[in-house]
Design a protein around this ligand. Structure first.
Ligand code: MF3
Ligand code: CO
Length: 262
């Protein structure tokens, strides 16, 4: 069932979303080569708790996979060919030339916010800069379709068409999702699909839209049995951006916008 949130519920989600955005802003300013992914995680958890909120991902247990243990951290930090769910570690050192995708969820007053950004550390290939720019823009194209009266896969198709027009591939086995009192609610929000199909979008639906796009031909992110981190099949880099949005008439409301300018 897809729930429609009341304005009161959306107000609470706005608070959670603002903390997500500020956490990512902090990490964007602080991330440097030589830091470990665990350093980022500690910084994020402290910031979130200082704002009287909790990390959504910590201890999250996906239903139906007994091999996977509850998620042990605040952030997912996924570097280069890692698509999603990189578990922060003291031993994983960020280096110049990496692209670092940071995914953050915050739970406050009964509601979640969820967003992700990919940061570029220093000098990287032109193609990788393009990958990151195109993934960020594909999310904006998707968000632009999250308006009342459109259909769900109008979002998906906008993301797919934009990313594919640059020759990038869509990671098809990872999707966005409804969000609210649960981190993952219906509907699934794929990053590919046909326009004018899927459920009709109605004001008050809240969605986490999250394109995961890769260089090369990989169409899936794969993980070893029992492991959280999922990587591209061919080892080529991937990028990830995510926002939590409210479907509105005319223009979606984004709950996790950065407070940084530019
Ligand atoms: N944004 C990701 C998602 O919605 C992050 C989830 S991490 C997990 O799936 F630990 F909660 F699974
Ligand atoms: Co998400």
């Amino acid at each position: 069932m897809i729930t429609i949130k009341s304005e009161r519920e959306i107000e609470l989600m706005r608070e959670a979303g603002a903390i997500v955005a500020k956490t990512l802003d902090l990490l964007e300013l602080e991330v440097k080569p030589g830091m470990s992914t665990r350093d980022l995680d500690i910084m994020a958890e402290e910031f979130i708790r200082d704002h009287h909120a909790e990390p959504s991902f910590l201890n999250y247990a996906p239903k139906g996979d007994p091999d996977v243990t509850p998620y042990p951290a605040t952030l997912c930090v996924s570097i280069n060919e890692e698509v999603v769910h990189g578990v922060p570690s003291r031993k994983r050192i960020i280096k110049e030339g990496d692209i670092v995708s940071v995914d953050c969820g915050v739970y406050k007053s009964g509601y979640h916010g969820d967003a992700a950004r990919t940061f570029i550390l220093g000098t990287v290939d032109e193609k990788i800069i393009q990958l990151v720019d195109v993934t960020r823009e594909s999310l904006e194209r998707g968000i632009a379709m999250a308006v009342e009266g459109n259909r769900l896969h109008d979002i998906s198709a906008a993301i797919e068409e934009y990313a594919r027009s640059f020759g990038f591939s869509i990671i098809e086995n990872m999707v966005g999702h409804g969000i609210g009192s649960e981190l993952h609610e219906e509907p699934a929000v794929p990053n590919y699909g046909r326009r004018h199909t899927g459920v009709k979008l109605r004001e008050g639906m809240t969605l986490a839209i999250e394109p995961m796009i890769a260089i090369g031909r990989s169409r899936r992110a794969v993980s070893r049995r029992g492991a959280w981190v999922a990587v591209t099949e061919d080892g080529k880099p991937s990028a990830h951006f995510e926002h939590t949005v409210v479907v509105r008439p005319g223009k979606a409301e984004v709950l996790t916008r950065s407070f940084l300018q530019g």
